[in-house]
Design a protein. Structure first.
Length: 315
């Protein structure tokens, strides 16, 4: 009987692992299919600054902060399953020294394990080996870019920070044989700083962008509960439902959520990746109360567009 129970538990863990793998296509890889193209920027105010390196004690969860590598699966944590942990560290550097606002800079990331040995192989996660999110300290600026993998755990990407000030960078990736991880750092962009933009919750979760009227509905605004995020799209001119959304990085869309203190980071994938509209549904959990900014990224007619909202999550 004990043997049967162990076998059943083993099969359950295999099934859960398969679900996790479905969130990102795997490829044991030493070169990169990814490019350093910009997938879209939103900018309104301050920009920011660097820290030499940070490392990670990897653990299950969605929260990402300095010197931490976080493991998550994009759809919510998987209870009752142990993950192999890579304890990834990222050493950040800038080829031109401290970035200057308005000037292109090359960001270099070297990924190593806890013993400082380069991690050589990474799995594809939604068509890329690494997703790099850059935000200003007031969350008015957002950039989602994809560093190119060179070798020996080294990635590079070009970025231009529009304003002087502080930024937080989040690198998220999957070392082969381990779970998805996020490592972040703070950096500073030199130059004349602008006034920060005050972060406020939106009165209405409706925006018109690139000819689409986009509405967002949350099933709950309470921390610690599973929240479904439902985006609804209609043509702004005709009011007709939009049914021709195109895949963006292999799915109908992607959602990045960051807390106002920059400590909580969630990268969420859709429940139905093959949807083309008029709805795109995502599921996640806000770990703590507070203000969060949500960026939805979608594509239609060959053009990627970003839909930002700010929500207040209650205790």
């Amino acid at each position: 009987m004990m043997a049967k129970r162990k076998a059943a538990l083993y099969m359950t863990m295999i099934a859960l692992a398969g679900m996790l793998a479905g969130c990102g296509e795997k490829s044991a890889n030493t070169g990169d299919a990814s490019t350093s193209e910009h997938e879209g920027h939103q900018q309104t105010s301050p920009a920011a600054a660097p820290e030499a390196s940070n490392s990670g004690d990897a653990h299950s969860g969605h929260t990402a902060g300095d010197e931490k590598a976080e493991i998550y699966n994009g759809h919510g944590d998987m209870d009752g399953m142990e993950h192999e942990q890579a304890n990834a560290q990222v050493k950040w550097s800038f080829q031109s020294g401290q970035p200057a606002a308005g000037s292109e800079t090359v960001i270099e990331l070297k990924v190593t394990d806890a013993a400082d040995t380069p991690i050589e192989k990474f799995d594809l996660n939604h068509e890329k080996l690494m997703h790099l999110i850059a935000v200003s300290s007031d969350l008015s600026y957002f950039s989602h870019i994809h560093p190119s993998y060179e070798s020996g755990g080294k990635f590079t990407v070009k970025e231009t920070f529009p304003e002087a000030g502080s930024y937080r960078l989040f690198a998220d990736f999957i070392p082969t044989g381990a779970s998805q991880q996020t490592v972040s750092t703070e950096m500073e962009a030199s130059g004349q700083a602008s006034a920060k933009v005050e972060l406020k919750a939106d009165d209405e979760l409706v925006q018109t962008i690139e000819g689409q009227k986009v509405k967002l509905a949350l099933s709950t605004t309470k921390a610690g509960e599973e929240a479904k995020l439902t985006y609804t799209f209609e043509d702004a001119a005709t009011g007709e439902p939009v049914k021709d959304l195109e895949p963006y990085l292999g799915a109908v869309g992607h959602v990045v959520i960051i807390s106002s203190d920059l400590e909580k980071y969630l990268h969420v994938h859709p429940l139905d990746e093959a949807s083309a509209g008029p709805e795109a549904v995502f599921a996640t959990e806000f770990p703590e109360p507070g203000l969060y900014k949500i960026w939805g990224q979608f594509q239609r007619g060959g053009k990627t567009f970003i839909v930002p909202f700010v929500v207040n999550i209650q205790a």
